[in-house]
Design a protein around this ligand. Structure first.
Ligand code: LLP
Length: 439
């Protein structure tokens, strides 16, 4: 695993994150527990900022909220100079309440509701990223009703097939996202936005996929998007902002060899500089939207090992107190994870096991075939790189409470998401009077 200053094995042989001993964290907060390393989040943000400040100052990094949205996160990323992208009314609400200024928020989504759009326009978000004709009409109606002009980007599909799991790809030609450049619908949509009252077209957006390691797809995206800017300029349409989305890969297991997060940005800027010069395009404001690379490796999840079951000559399961309700990524994408026994982190891994969750479903696996020291019930398992798309995709499946999230820094730890009780779980249930009172 990729250890770092804030994620290491301490003198007791325990895993420590953000200066906090994981055994002590588990004792204090219980398990399952999401733990987020504040310093790591800040370090990644600073890496992005520093590179952009020196190489392409007319730019903005937006934190992709969908990776992990909770009030405290917005405060952290905003204090590091980032804005945010949101994809729902709920994310927008959380971002605003978390202190992200509306003018630094971009609103995405392929099917935003009228209420969501109205909320965004009323709050004065910087831009709405338009992704359907239906939305253009609704947004224009809302903006005129409120006497405003709403800035809009148009999401386009440059048709790039990034090598990643099919469900995480977003710009294959048959994607539900964006208007195709190739078939002319992107141009037609932009002309429509330009001609629609109370909307102001300011730029283009694309996002080519997630957990991408190669540099080529990003370079291709820059090529295609700048070609398209040239085509728009010929139609007398100027592009003030170019938003290239996120997607930079992170390390889940030793097989993953991503570049450092800011190196992806460097590659994009190299290509962009070259294309802008070559195609004689006025440099647009560059927007990037990383999510996973900011919070992914910052997070670990702690579990207590419970039942251990050996199927002779076949498989050994160790079951933990979490599962697909707090990390559905194996069930959804067969995602791979690395893990250690946090209370015996320095011990050699000697046996191959499968880590199962506690949900009533055979597919409820967290890690298939991982080498660990011989685990006993009561051991503490730490799974790495759970900061992105774990808490944000958690559910109450089987009525399991969503685990709390603790933020660690310099040995201090605090809740940023409090524990959910059984009472919380039933708090929105309602029994119609005609069913009578439950005994
Ligand atoms: N911008 C847009 C428009 C996006 O759709 C996404 C991710 C991002 C930015 C951030 O991408 P990132 O830097 O995090 O790769 N649930 C999946 C990931 C879905 C990502 C969807 N869009 C997973 O667990 O892997």
């Amino acid at each position: 695993m990729k250890y770092r200053d804030t994620l290491k094995i301490n003198e007791q042989g325990h895993l420590a994150i953000g200066g906090a001993d994981c055994v002590a964290l588990a004792e204090k907060y219980g398990t399952p527990l999401y733990v987020m390393d504040e310093e790591h989040i800040r370090t990644v943000c600073r890496g992005y900022k520093k590179l952009l400040d020196t190489r392409y100052a007319n730019s903005r990094i937006l934190y992709a909220s969908k990776a992990f949205a909770a009030l405290a996160v917005y405060g952290i990323v905003h204090s590091e100079g980032l804005g945010a992208d949101v994809v729902s009314g709920g994310e927008l609400y959380t971002a605003l309440k978390g202190g992200m200024p509306a003018e630094e928020i971009y609103f995405h989504g392929n099917n935003k509701s009228r209420d969501e759009l109205e909320f965004a326009v009323k709050e004065n978000v910087h831009a709405v990223v338009v992704d359907s004709y239906y939305e253009i009409e609704t947004l224009s109606e809302i903006a005129s009703k409120l006497g405003k002009t709403q800035k809009a980007l148009v999401r386009v599909n440059p048709g790039i097939d990034a090598h990643t799991h099919r469900f995480i790809q977003t710009t294959r030609t048959d994607s539900k996202f964006g208007f195709s450049i190739a078939d002319g619908s992107a141009l037609a949509t932009i002309k429509k936005v330009c001609a629609t009252k109370n909307l102001r077209f300011i730029g283009l957006h694309c996002h080519i996929g997630s957990q991408i390691f190669e540099q080529k797809p990003f370079e291709l995206a820059v090529e295609k998007m700048t070609d398209f800017i040239s085509a728009l300029n010929k139609e007398n349409i100027s592009v003030e902002e170019l938003d290239l989305g996120g997607g930079y890969g992170v390390t889940y297991t030793d097989d993953d060899k991503p570049l450092e997060p800011h190196q992806y940005v460097s590659i994009i800027i190299d290509k962009l500089d070259e294309c802008l010069k070559h195609k004689k395009i006025a440099p647009p404001k560059l927007i990037l939207e990383p999510g996973r690379s900011i919070v992914g490796e910052a997070g670990i999840t702690l579990y207590t090992v419970g039942a251990i079951k050996e199927i002779k000559d076949m498989k050994k399961y160790i079951a933990v107190d979490g599962g697909m309700f707090e990390n559905p990524r194996f069930a959804l994408y067969q995602s791979k994870y690395a893990a250690v026994l946090a209370n015996r982190a320095a011990e050699k891994a000697t046996e191959k096991v499968t880590v199962a969750g506690k949900c009533c479903e055979s597919g409820d696996i967290l890690i298939e075939d991982i080498m660990l020291p011989k685990a006993k019930s009561g051991d503490l398992l730490a799974v790495f790189t759970t900061g992105a798309y774990n808490y944000s995709m958690a559910s109450n499946y089987n009525r399991n409470p969503v685990p709390p999230v603790v933020l660690v820094n310099n040995g201090e730890s605090d809740y940023i998401v409090k524990p959910q009780s059984y009472e919380d779980i039933i708090s929105r249930d309602a029994i119609p009077p005609r069913l009578g009172a439950n005994k």
